[in-house]
Structure formats: C-alpha cells, structure tokens
Design a protein around this ligand. Sequence first.
Ligand SMILES: [Zn+2]
Length: 454
Amino acid sequence: MNLIMVLTVFMSATVFATTLEEAPKLIVNEVIHAKQVFPNLTLLDAIGARISGSSEAERAVQWAKKKMESYGFDRVTLDPCTVPKWTRGKLEKATVVLATQRYDLKVTALGGSKGTIPGGVEGAVVEVHSLKEVEKLGKSLKGKIVFYNQPMDASLKDSFEAYSNIFSLRSEGASAASKFGAIATLLRSLSSLPDDDHPHTGMMHYQDQYEKIPAGALSTHAANVLSDLLKKNPSLHLKLELSGSEITETQSHNVVGEITGSTFPEDIFIVGGHLDSWDLGPGDHDDGAGVVQSLEVIRALRHLKIRPKRTIRVVLYMSEEFGGVGSDQYNKKALSNHHERIIGALESDRGGFAPRGFSIHAKPAVMNKIKLWQSSLALAHADQLFATKSGGTDTEALGEAGIPEFEFVPESKHYFDFHHSALDQLSVVSADDLTMGAAAMAVFSYLAAEEGFD
Ligand SMILES: [Zn+2]
C-alpha cells in the first residue's frame, strides 16, 4: 500500500469513526483508558479547600486554565466576576454548661455567619424541628439559643429530596429565630450520617430587618448528645463562640474553554461544574468531580479528533456555594450576547458517584429527542432520564430563559454523608465511578452538540 492509499484508508476510518453510532463508543473507551479524570481530581484536591475569595480558589482558577490549554481547547478565557469573601476564623466552640460538668460539642459556623461577641454568647437552649415551631414559640425564645434538631429523612430514595425538605432550616433559621429575640442558632448538620462527629457547613442568609445573630452547625453526634442532655436538664446553658467575619467582595473568575463547532460555531452547548468548595475540606465530590468531568468532555473529543457540529463550551463557575454568584454574572452576559445562541446547559454537581442518568428541564420534544440517545448513554451506565422542573444552581438563569437545562445524575445515597464537611475528600471518591461519570457527560455533550435540540 502506498502512502496515499494508507492516508485514504486512515481518513475514511476517521470519518466512519465519527458517525453518531460509533462516536459514543469511542468516547467511552477513550475516557476510561486515558485515565485522566481521577489524577486530575488528585491535582485539584492538592490545592486544598477552595472557598470563594480565597487564594486556593485563585490557584484553582489558574490550574483549570492551564489544564484547558494543555489539552488543546480552542479558546480559553478567564471571565471576571465579583464574589463574596468570608472567613470563619479560628474560634469555633460550643460548650454545654451544667452545674458540675461541661461538655464540648463539635461545631462549625455556617457560611456567612457573623461571629459572636468576644467571650461568646451564653443562654438556655430550645430544641425545635421546624421554622413553624419557632413561629409558635415566638417571644418565649428571647435571650435563648434555638437548636434546630431535624434529621434528614433516611426513608426517602432521593437524598436530594431529603436535603431540600429541611434546607430552609440552614438558610433561614437564624433570622427566623432572631425575629423573636433569640441570641444564636445551632443546626443539626444536614448530614445523612445519623451519628458522626464532623459538622457540615453551608450557606445561610440574613434578612435585613432582623438582628444578625451567629449561626453554627453541630455534628450529628453533638446534636444527639445535646438533645439527650436537654431531656435530663432542660434548663442547661450553652456557651457559643464563633469568629466568622463580615462578608466582603473581591474579584475572581469563571474559567471558560471550548471546542468550536464545525458547522454552527455560534450555537453553544454549555457543560460545567463549580470550582469553589467550602472551607472545611477539598470538596472532591462537591464539586471537584464536576470540574474534572467537564474538563474531560473536551479533552476526550480533542484527543479523538472529533469535532461536533455545534460548539461545546466548558464553564467552571466560581462561588456557587454562596448562591451561584459567578454563574449569575456569567449567565447574564451570555444571555445578552446576540452573536451566539446557547442551545442547552449541562451541570455536574451531584458528586462523583456511579452514573445513573440525566435530569431534563425542557420541553417534551427535547426529552423525546434524548430518548433516542438512550442506547448510547447506556454505554456509560447513564440511560435513566428524569423530567424535572428546574436544573442546577449554575444553570438556573438559563433554564428560566427557556434554554434546555440538564443535570448529570449519579447514585446519590451517600452524597450527604460527606457534603460540605471535612469528610468530602479524595478517599471517598471511587476513580472508576468518577471516570464513568465523565464518560456519560462526554457522550451526552457530544450528542447534544452534534444533534442540537431544534
Ligand atoms: Zn456543589
């Protein structure tokens, strides 16, 4: 065979390889055998906890940009955004004060909580299970510490449902108690572990009309201990010391990189996760997993020399944990850019567990189209499709603008064991599950960009 013949055979093989049927097989095979996904998570993990506004978050921005460049992404840019900066400080202490004994309980400040006055605050503790109960107790809470002790409902199949059922205790609990003169709040960590000693943090919000009171989270073990002590000593006191700062603003970036579409470059399919984590650990499930899976989507396509008809754009968002701050700014700009059209957006922010499928927030016609891809998605164990009425935090504004919104859905049973705590580290991520998730994301993104949703 002469050189021209060899080239002809090679080129026709490449063309054949990129048919709709063959490409997903090549993609899954490439993602599994290239072994890039878990090693990338290891590198991101080594940077440390990446809370919005921190130097670690900035290092993660630079790391992600360099990764995209090293993988030959077509266009890599840093998209400036203004983000919150908050630090918890060193002092985090909750002490049960009894006549003859003292008990130290594991506590952490909720994200955004102000600190206590120097020397801490001390008061009687009232245990409640809902915001409604706080409303009923009303002015009797004056001068007291409100203790929200509602466990996640372990009987529910979907742990995200159990989380969202009591999420408002964390986000609204402090102001709800302050309204009646409470001096602080303590939350049973939103954890699916029934008796663990690692507290879980997470964003809380103050309502401006009420005094801002300190808000901490107890480990589920500490919450059990406090509840037991209260049964025996209802008039016990608790002293709480927290050193959280005021929230200020600083500059950061969303990291953006793409593979330009061959036929409709101005049609953009977005795939992403968030670069920031909480400060208690490196956030390898939340959302290190989503970051390295998103990077793998374009790496695998570039390596295979598969260029879909429409552009795939990876967006790694900053400051999701403070309420989607980076994505809010990015999405506003994207929606007002009339030179391009976002055709859909996929987010991975449910951990790096074994793939199940995708959630779909879009018109029925989009769901019908994706149903045709199920055998390809099954190659990466991700062929279950879930119709939803909303998507992830970072794609929310796009969904509200009528753009099809998708979430990668892995197994979720243990996500909230680790979520927002020091437990969310490399040792609780399976390399195989994480990698198969990346393969699922890559197949879905390829099909979306190749086929579109029109
Ligand atoms: Zn997250």
